[in-house]
Design a binder for this molecule. Sequence first.
Ligand SMILES: CC(C)(COP(=O)(O)OP(=O)(O)OC[C@H]1O[C@@H](n2cnc3c(N)ncnc32)[C@H](O)[C@@H]1OP(=O)(O)O)[C@@H](O)C(=O)NCCC(=O)NCCS
Length: 338
Amino acid sequence: MVREWDPRNASSAELASLLDTLNAVLATDLPQDPPWRETCMREYLAEVMPGERRISWVAQAEPAADGTPGPILGHVHVLLLGSIGVLEVLVHPSVRRLGLGRDLVLRAARRVYQEGFESIGVEVVGGTPAVAFYESLGFAREYVETRSVLDLAAVDWTELAEMSTGVGTGYHVQFHPGGPPDELIEAYARAKAEIRDVEDGELRPSSYDPQRLRDSLDCLHRRGMKPYIVLALHEQTGEVAGLTEVVVPAQHPTRADQYDTIVVQDHRGYGIDRAIKARMLLELRSTEPQLTEVQTWNAQANEAMLKVNAELGYLPDREWCEYSVDVAELVHRLDNSR
Ligand SMILES: CC(C)(COP(=O)(O)OP(=O)(O)OC[C@H]1O[C@@H](n2cnc3c(N)ncnc32)[C@H](O)[C@@H]1OP(=O)(O)O)[C@@H](O)C(=O)NCCC(=O)NCCS
């Protein structure tokens, strides 16, 4: 049975059951990824940025003979932002190829259509059944990134300490757990605005103005995802010349996510990229001692960034693709295939 579901008032048993399904999916499709924990799961699923909405549905098995509710075997949510609905679907490996994934997408697609949105986007992990699934539904590939993973046990920390000091004179590198300090928010947002597309695809919008940046940091904290920032300040102008952002999620605190890394055009060629990323890893080693890996996503064309990541020890892991589809076409296709 598929029904609309609100994580804000879901029972703990439902959240635990959804987590079990997510971990079964990970164990099947991405066995190297750490399983998720229940810490802040509700907040992770419920909290959104101002102006955004997330709508969710679950597929729940029939109750047992004694009335115990059945497990949650499928889940879909759609995040409505700007003109696009961003979809995520999960089906437990024990009930795949029965049409449940298609049903869940149809539920979400109908709503996105009713809400007046034109397209649906989705992130699809290469080498998993999701590729054939979305292609069978008419989704088209828009953008491909490579995910790379750094195993912290393999890092040469002495070499890394050297890298972290290899920045040209005139720059001051700073570490800010929790996010940039308020007095640097404007300079930080300017650095982000200058280079809009370095590492992002469409589905991971960055924050380019100070208020959106504050909102985005606040949203991360509410979802149990702790941001860390290292930035390079240009001493002469006080401008942020470079920045790198890592988030440690309460849901999988042994594997951190690298977000944006940006070096502003005028400040390239001074070793900032390498130095700020190295400094970040050194700081995380003491601040988050449970951390064992960091994952990052890069456009395949971004050779400079890939070179620095390779020097740091990141190893390419998977293709990470963005697909999209016209909502009206999707609803039409799904309705006709029933
Ligand atoms: C992708 C996913 C949602 C599909 O769910 P499902 O319930 O098995 O999908 P359906 O049964 O509705 O399949 C619909 C169509 O998709 C295609 N398809 C689905 N899985 C497929 C596979 N493994 N190989 C080839 N085609 C496939 C088929 O055309 C299928 O129709 P058919 O069975 O009549 O041939 C499911 O595999 C899943 O949860 N994957 C993980 C999703 C994810 O994003 N994870 C990210 C974190 S790991």
